[in-house]
Design a binder for this molecule. Structure first.
Ligand code: SF4
Length: 67
């Protein structure tokens, strides 16, 4: 299972990242800075199953490993 560091690293780099509006506007400001992005605040993140709904997590993680 992905750890928190991976969720952050992938969230920062993911081309499909989309902010989850249901989390409220208060945190909106902080994500203007890409370094505070994370899968955990992405609309595609399935919190219950701890996985990416559109299945790009592994692809992004793999591309991170190659840099
Ligand atoms: S949940 Fe999926 S789409 Fe969202 S940032 Fe993570 S890998 Fe990208």
């Amino acid at each position: 299972m992905a750890n928190r560091d991976q969720l952050k690293a992938v969230g920062e780099m993911c081309p499909d990242f989309s902010y989850d509006d249901s989390l409220g506007k208060a945190s909106m400001m902080s994500i203007a800075d890409s370094s505070s992005r994370s899968c955990e605040i992405c609309t595609h993140w399935d919190v219950k199953n701890q996985k990416c709904r559109i299945d790009v997590f592994d692809d992004v993680l793999t591309s991170l490993d190659q840099t």
